[in-house]
Design a protein around this ligand. Structure first.
Ligand code: ADP
Ligand code: MG
Length: 623
């Protein structure tokens, strides 16, 4: 008998599971059955592809037993799956192999509903048994090996492993239920939980119980041990669409995704003809917790002729659709398809391509026919869709119709199509402003002239916008222009402005001299109304926010981006500067105009101490 310590993270997790999921204790059974189902999937695959196992008689099944009488109540889940050896046991039931544990722990909210959802998605499933059990025993034998092993733990920091007996390959998990778990040792409870969470597990689940028989007078006649299959065990996706109810679709989603909510929508395709395959895709109501982690878990499972192949292949979906859950079942792929083959496989590439088309088509349909649902979608998935604009060139046109933006004119979200409809008769471009905070952007002085001229500007505060939108260039022949950049002002220019420009020349020349290397240029602004100054960047430079972002990401040797200072010819400060003879006071004013423009943009001023000195000098003369 060898003692082992749980990895620190496991202890932490055990603590959290036991304490925060208290009201969702029943999921322990879902997790055990899902593990058995995974083990049977792997076993089935071996018997079909590995010479060593082809002769083996394999009866894939899951059996659930319980004892409800006597002092000790137990539940046992037994499978004929691939099993584990001692090394597997230590690795699987003593550590958390996946990285991202820390992030996961950090995301637990204390909200039990949300947390139980996360735990399922994260797949720390097995440890959930300690919500109901004082002690758990796992007796298991790995396919093709002689020895069997027993793993025992009370979930309190340690577990033990010893040699054991088991006739065939597979795993038996026995839970010694504590006070919190006794209620589950009942036929009714088990049946109900299995129906709720595991009805569509592809293998039969048998419940063992004792049937009590009564005679006509209601007197007990005797007890008969009974074994009864309690799930439907059919591959739902292979049944005709017309025969599947909405509820069954939703149930199946919960089985494969470990989600507890109904999906936002689903899409079932049974393709026949030159290529035969079935796909069933779901969009979860809430984005998967790891959507923004590099090591996110892919959500699409691959089957070949109903045999599970993999659920760990990120290539099955483009990255920007990583939140999609579901299955792909192909009739044309070979069973022993390896990952390498999969990646170059023509059949697979075709399935993937038409799946993406189908999914985007469904998105378009929902956006059109059910705008409210589409907004729910946008709240969760706008950002990954925007990534698609960048990475999926072939579908860019369609994606452009699907993404949504905030705007100075519309409440909530708006589409480019809607913007175009609202454009003024003589408006030349689609205008947008980028930055990292919606509220700051809405107050930006850059928007003043657009507001005065009643021109709509899209507010882009998501970090991807800055990278993605400039690449788009045009939407249906209309150019997209960033108001943060110098040339967007050109559109607003009139003859009157040209005159003002000439009048302001001397002040501008003087400011350029004073500000020197601090600016790229000083120009007359046509877009300011109330503010005296603003900054923009040159057409070819990255914007201020982008430069900051690149710096934050650790990029060094960035060429310094110098702002172009625009000044408002109609502002009182500027008109007074024309007549200002004192050089020192002129310099103070010039620097303050630059620094305040930086500040409203959310950019730091270059020399805060100098800024304060200047401000104080100006205040002294003013007061
Ligand atoms: P996950 O299922 O997401 O991997 P779990 O905590 O549910 O996480 O299970 C951990 C690991 O333990 C599994 O990946 C598997 O390797 C192993 N395991 C658990 N139950 C079984 C079983 N019944 N048969 C074989 N292996 C199992
Ligand atoms: Mg599991």
């Amino acid at each position: 008998m060898a003692k082992h310590q749980f990895q620190t993270e496991v202890n932490q997790l055990l603590n959290l599971i036991v304490h925060s999921l208290y009201s969702h204790k029943e999921i322990f059974l879902r997790e055990l059955i899902s593990n058995s189902s995974d083990a049977l999937d792997k076993m089935k695959y071996l018997t079909l592809t590995d010479e060593k196992f082809k002769e083996l008689s394999f009866d894939p099944r899951i059996d659930v037993e319980f004892t409800e009488e006597g002092n000790e109540k137990t539940i046992t889940v037994r499978d004929t799956g691939i099993g584990m050896n001692d090394t597997d046991l230590v690795e699987s039931l003593g550590t958390i192999a996946k990285s991202g544990t820390r992030e996961f722990l950090g995301q637990l909210t204390g909200d039990k509903r949300k947390d139980s959802n996360l735990i399922g998605q994260f797949g720390v499933g097995f440890y959930s048994v300690f919500m109901v059990a004082d002690k758990a025993e796992v007796v298991t034998r790995k396919a093709g090996e002689e020895k069997a092993w027993k793993w025992v733990s009370d979930g309190q920091g340690e577990f033990e492993i010893a040699e054991a007996e088991r006739d065939t390959q597979g795993t038996t998990v026995t839970l010694h239920l504590g006070e919190e778990g006794t209620e589950f040792a009942s036929r009714w409870q088990i049946e109900q939980i299995v129906k709720k969470y595991s009805n569509h597990i592809a293998f039969p689940i048998f419940l063992h119980y004792t049937k009590t028989e009564y005679d006509d007078k209601g007197k007990e006649k005797g007890k008969t041990p009974t074994v009864e299959q309690i799930n439907s065990a059919a591959a739902l996706w292979k049944r005709p669409k017309s025969e599947i109810t909405e509820e069954e679709y939703h149930e199946f989603f919960k089985t494969i995704s470990h989600d507890t909510e109904d999906p936002l929508f689903y899409l079932h395709t049974q393709a026949e003809g030159t290529m035969e395959y079935t796909t069933l895709f779901y969009v979860p109501k809430h984005a998967p917790f790891d959507m923004y982690q590099v090591d996110y878990r892919p959500g699409v499972k691959l089957y070949v002729k109903r045999v599970f192949i993999t659920d760990d292949d990120k290539e099955l979906m483009p990255t920007y659709l990583r939140f999609v859950r579901g299955i792909i079942d192909s009739e044309d792929l070979p069973l022993n398809v390896s990952r390498e083959i999969l990646q170059q496989n023509r059949v697979m590439a075709k399935i993937r391509e038409s799946s993406v088309k189908k999914i985007l088509g469904e998105f378009a349909r929902v956006a059109q026919e059910d705008p409210e649902k589409w907004l729910e979608f946008i709240e969760q998935y706008n950002r990954p869709l925007k990534e698609g604009l960048y990475s999926d060139f072939g579908n860019r046109e369609q994606l452009l119709e699907l993404v949504r933006f905030k705007s100075t004119k519309a409440e909530g979200w708006t589409s480019l199509a809607e913007y175009k409809e609202r454009m003024l008769p003589d408006q030349k471009s689609i205008y947008y402003i980028t930055g990292d905070n919606e509220e700051t952007l809405r107050r930006s002085p850059l928007l003043e002239a657009y507001r005065n001229k009643d021109i709509e500007v899209l507010i882009m505060a998501q970090d991807v916008d800055e990278l993605v939108i400039p690449m788009i260039g045009t939407y249906k022949e209309t150019e997209l222009k960033s108001v943060n950049r110098s040339d967007a002002g050109e559109d607003l220019k009139s003859e009157k402005d040209q005159k003002k420009d000439d009048e302001l020349k001397p002040v501008i020349e003087r400011m350029k001299k004073v500000l020197g290397e601090n600016v790229k240029d000083v120009v007359t602004s046509v877009r300011l109304a109330d503010s005296p100054s603003c900054i923009v960047v040159d057409e070819s430079d990255p914007t201020m926010q982008m430069a900051q972002m690149m710096k934050a990401m650790g990029q060094k040797d960035l060429p310094e981006v110098k702002p172009i200072l625009e000044i408002n010819p109609d502002h009182a400060i500027v008109t007074r500067m024309k007549a200002l003879e004192d050089d020192e006071r002129f310099a103070d004013a010039a620097f303050l105009l630059l620094d305040q423009a930086l500040l409203v943009e959310g950019a730091p001023v270059k020399e805060p101490a100098e800024f304060v000195k200047r401000l104080n000098r100006v205040m002294e003369t003013a007061l």
